[in-house]
Design a protein around this ligand. Sequence first.
Ligand SMILES: Nc1ncnc2c1ncn2[C@@H]1O[C@H](COP(=O)(O)OP(=O)(O)OP(=O)(O)O)[C@@H](O)[C@H]1O
Length: 253
Amino acid sequence: MSIFKTDNITMRFGGLTAVSNLNINIEENEIVGLIGPNGAGKTTCFNMITGVYTATEGKIHFKDVDITNEKTHNITKLGIARTFQNIRLFKDLTVLDNVVIANHMRLNSNIVSAVIRTPSYIKKEKYIHEKSINLLKSVGLEDLKDEKASSLPYGKQRRLEIARALATDPKLLILDEPAAGMNPQESLELMGFIKEIRKNHKLSILMIEHHMQVVMGVCERMYVLDYGVLIAEGNPSEIQNNPKVIEAYLGVD
Ligand SMILES: Nc1ncnc2c1ncn2[C@@H]1O[C@H](COP(=O)(O)OP(=O)(O)OP(=O)(O)O)[C@@H](O)[C@H]1O
């Protein structure tokens, strides 16, 4: 069953068309890749989906709700979470506190009840603590919960970022270059990890990734953009053998 769909979305910046008439579809539990050379329009596409930009034309539907003009926080509430190309963590806080804060943001904790510590706040705090520990378990970081976020190796910081995104209980998780900056071993582990969180959290996943081994090893289907236009769609072997893709992207290196 389809969970997410764009209908001819276009994004123009003045005279530049960054994304043109793009149609993508994501099924429940599917892992889909969005690839293409630098400047192809991938990040613009993520920004339209998550409400950072409003599409100049076209519609975006998530679980049959029209989210084209929704604000970012409403899109998050509806069940779309994202990570960013550049890791965004509270680097001086502990691993656990990073996830606790993401949960507080999700549950709109009230500052007054936090200061006077009402019984309902204490109950909520306990719930958040347990939920955060469980999230850390599910991304394999429970043993590092008291470490400073900045002390983690890069691959683990990415996992922590994903745990923060999972705190919003998404149904669709959007990953922007999850393998960026990872060493070969971390990239290998990332592939298994993405499949695991899909299963454990019953997610659909859409990812931008330049690392071909990762994207081909993880995605069941992918879309290829070039100069804002969709040039191919298919499973990894179809994409690898598509002459347009080879010319536009795979042949670049
Ligand atoms: N806010 C903006 N204002 C003007 N032009 C923009 C803006 N955001 C993106 N662009 C342009 O839109 C085009 C697509 O950029 P985008 O960042 O979406 O590509 P990308 O595929 O994500 O590239 P990369 O792989 O390098 O991150 C580029 O030509 C870029 O310069």
